[in-house]
Ligand binder design. Structure first.
Ligand SMILES: CC(C)(COP(=O)(O)OP(=O)(O)OC[C@H]1O[C@@H](n2cnc3c(N)ncnc32)[C@H](O)[C@@H]1OP(=O)(O)O)[C@@H](O)C(=O)NCCC(=O)NCCS
Length: 252
């Protein structure tokens, strides 16, 4: 596998591990799980390495020994990965694209209605609230609070406020995570009532400025094609780097 893809993938795995209550390696499968985050294709996952043999035995072992209160895991497999998962009769969940933005070619925007702030500990609860509301997952708020109280200093968190008649409303969020000389943009969300008003574009603009100041040339992010945000990212200048095929692996 291309070493750059390996590094990007490892950055994604490190990010996921911070959200996991269980993270372990079983043969050539890396397992991440956190049942408190619900049925989440990004965090309850099995990453399968290239050229992995005996996947069937390993998956059966996981089924019997690592259920962790989940109904299913999501298998993440880099496209073109030469292994025999397709022979296992496991249903496809979707395609996740890993996109990159050349930040030297990016023209930053500005909106008089949107203010972006880097989140300090005082703003952390606002950020968590906006994140849970944007992703329609308020039931995970306690778990997200636990994760961020442990790992706050490993991320750069951004929050967006939207102004209406000089009153400001928390409206959007994202975070940056760095590893292997790569910087990833995660958790980009805008609350329902402030969508399509330029909030996410403004968050990305500020994320670009921060990444540039830190000396990076590009930003990476992941998007599931069936959620239909690819067009939104492509319009901002993101390009596809590689793809992953996701499968649902039922435990019962
Ligand atoms: C994806 C998301 C963050 C976009 O936020 P937003 O604040 O509405 O986006 P913006 O208003 O900044 O959009 C910027 C541009 O993209 C367009 N756009 C926004 N959502 C779009 C979509 N789903 N498809 C196509 N274009 C879209 C906007 O119209 C705008 O275009 P313009 O510059 O011509 O006006 C928001 O829909 C969201 O929070 N979704 C749920 C959480 C989520 O799944 N996040 C993505 C994880 S990959």
């Amino acid at each position: 596998m291309d070493s750059s893809i390996e590094e990007i993938d490892d950055t994604e795995s490190s990010f996921c591990s911070l959200w996991s209550t269980a993270h372990t390696k079983i043969d050539c499968v890396e397992l991440f799980s956190n049942p408190n985050l619900g049925d989440d294709y990004f965090f309850n996952r099995l990453n399968i390495q290239a050229n992995c043999s005996n996947i069937s035995d390993t998956l059966n072992f996981i089924k019997n020994n690592h259920p962790y209160g989940l109904n299913n895991y999501y298998i993440h497999l880099i496209h073109n990965n030469k292994n025999s998962i397709t022979k296992l009769n496991i249903s496809k969940f979707g395609t996740m694209k890993i996109l990159t933005l050349d930040i030297n070619k990016y023209t930053t925007h500005g909106s008089k209605h949107v203010e972006i702030k880097v989140v300090d500990k005082i703003l952390l609860n606002d950020w968590i609230d906006v994140f849970c509301r944007s992703f329609d997952s308020l039931e995970t708020k306690n778990e997200v609070t636990t994760i961020f109280s442990q790992h706050y200093d490993k991320f750069t968190l951004l929050i967006a406020y939207y102004y209406i008649d000089e009153i400001k409303f928390p409206a959007g969020c994202c975070l940056l995570f760095e590893k292997n000389g790569k910087i990833g943009l995660y958790c980009l969300g805008t609350t329902y009532q402030f969508r399509r008003k330029g909030v996410a574009r403004e968050l990305i603009s500020n994320a670009v400025k921060i990444a540039k100041n830190k000396g990076y040339d590009s930003i990476i992010l992941q998007t599931l094609t069936k959620e239909r945000f690819e067009e939104f990212y492509k319009r901002l200048g993101f390009k596809t780097l590689y793809k992953k095929i996701l499968y649902t692996f039922y435990l019962n």
